[in-house]
Design a protein around this ligand. Structure first.
Ligand code: OGA
Ligand code: MN
Length: 223
């Protein structure tokens, strides 16, 4: 693939074109993509300040399942989340970045990504998220998971790694350190994954690109 052939002038991709192209190639070839120090430090720093300055009351214990099946299950996960609605300039910048990636991937891979939802997540020391998938076959909604980590100078003893389970015999588990600016994507239906117990406050954003699975009975996603 000749990266220089990609047009950037009218799309706002600018400095992220090489990253977006690498993501597209990885997703097409193996279904996941991992990049360290990939998010611009100024944006990652602003997002970290944004989440650290949020009131504890804005966070809610994270749940499992959708809509009427949604329950808080502290056996499965113990983190707290806060959905990003674009209420601050930084949140707007984040949504713009994700939107630019969405348009790029739609153009490049014809994915038909239709909407994006994301939340800040805070794992306090001792928190974890057990092995799960972000979407299930047949539900056709969450297509692509995106995680960005906001933790400066993460050390091996801090734990809290993301483990992505693959069906490859060569590399059945991929371990990702949740270091500052690391960007991870994977196909939501394909990869079970888990967050190992963290020994330090761990901040991230998790987001999902969705397709429009509306049918006559149900409008989904609810807009
Ligand atoms: C999730 C998730 C992984 C992480 O929120 O669904 O799997 O590393 N997060 O924060
Ligand atoms: Mn997940």
């Amino acid at each position: 693939m000749n990266i220089s052939r990609i047009r950037t002038t009218d799309s706002g991709e600018g400095e992220y074109t090489d990253l977006f192209e690498a993501i597209a190639q990885n997703i097409a070839q193996k279904g996941y993509s991992i990049h360290h120090n990939a998010m611009h430090p100024a944006l990652a720093e602003s997002l970290l300040l944004n989440v650290q300055n949020m009131e504890e009351t804005q966070f809610k214990a994270a749940g499992v399942g959708r809509e009427n099946k949604y329950t808080v299950n502290s056996f499965v996960r113990t983190d707290e989340v806060c959905w990003i609605m674009g209420e601050t300039d930084v949140e707007q910048d984040w949504l713009e970045w994700a939107g630019t990636l969405q348009r790029f991937l739609n153009r490049r891979l014809f994915l038909g990504l239709f909407s994006f939802e994301s939340h800040f997540a805070h794992y306090a020391p001792g928190n974890f998220y057990k092995k799960h998938k972000d979407a299930f076959k047949g539900e056709a909604n969450r297509v692509l998971s995106l995680i960005v980590y906001l933790n400066p100078s993460w050390q091996p003893e801090d734990g809290g790694e993301l483990l992505i389970h693959t069906d490859l015999t060569t590399q059945p588990e991929i371990k990702v350190t949740p270091g500052f600016g690391t960007v991870v994507l994977f196909l939501s239906e394909e990869f079970p994954h888990e967050v190992l117990r963290t020994n330090r406050d761990r901040y991230s954003i998790a987001g999902w690109f969705r397709v429009n699975s509306s049918c006559t009975e149900r409008v989904d996603p609810a807009l």
